[in-house]
Design a protein around this ligand. Sequence first.
Ligand code: SF4
Length: 361
Amino acid sequence: HDIGIQIVEKDGQHGAAFYVGGGMGRTPMIAPLIKDFVPLDDMLSYAEACLRVYNRYGRRDNIYKARIKILVHEIGADEYRRQVEEEFLEVKKLGIDPPQAEFDRIAAFFAPPAFETGLSDDLDRSDPDFAVWLDQNVLPHKAPGYAIVNISLKPQGGIPGDASSAQIDLMADLAERYSFDELRVTHAQNIVLPHVRKADLHAIWQSLADNGLAEANLDLISDIIACPGLDYCSLANARSIPVAQKIATRFADLGRQRELGELKLKISGCINACGHHHAGHIGILGVDRKGVENYQLLLGGSGAEDVSLAKITGPGFSEDGIVDAVEKATDVYLAQRADGERFLDTYRRIGMEPFKEALYG
Ligand code: SF4
């Protein structure tokens, strides 16, 4: 992010850690930590100071360089931090931080729902398809007797993130009936029902399964993030959606996907990186090579707490070639992984060379 704020706790007090100067696009950068603890009362002033330093020295004269990340990179995190700290002392005098009453007013909109108490955590897992869906798409909830349901919008061979109007109506109905009328759209192009009673999980799964929404592939290789690409985007160099469909079809067998485990695959149709390919365990970037769509393969990215930028393996591939290349990369992982390692862990341990060897050797 340009400015990433993480709520942290120190000596029993809540505050904010500020990471400033990250971003994707043609110059991907990981935001450095600028301040590890800003008291919540100062948060807005500190963000204002971050912006003011950028407004004063940022490259607004050049569209490609008009980003905080470019400024932080050019002057360095230490110098940027020094200037922000100096500016913060001035901003603080303006008294722009909202009073506690305003925080309380906003917080009231995010009050937790009225969870029932005394609910059972027991689940009947006798239906094997339901059990797989539970294991893959349902996550623990902090309230006893409740769970978090992820609805995958990645049916095998379908368009990632698409849903029909009937499916959208169904998900809205399920949210209304089972999840305190709340439904969230994730950056991974899926849907979350955040507060579901465990006792209702089977009924929800049944409804989803009847309507093509019970794909049990959360965080697996077919749970692909793909930007619209050349099918819909006028900036694109290459199509993203058909590549995602072909990869998902190649790995259609759910047992094979689960054997591969967590594997985040992200596809962008151009260097703008809307599909976050820099942060994919496997990333794919569509490029234009003399008027022909071509696909670069990247490995080793992560957008999670173990953040890293993916690296390009080498020369690009054709549309079908990239599907083979992804499969070869997963073969290297399967052959080399140690106990409990995800694809990303194995890549980090063995490095790029074995993958290059398999792809180009
Ligand atoms: S990454 Fe490029 S092709 Fe994809 S949506 Fe963004 S601008 Fe369009």
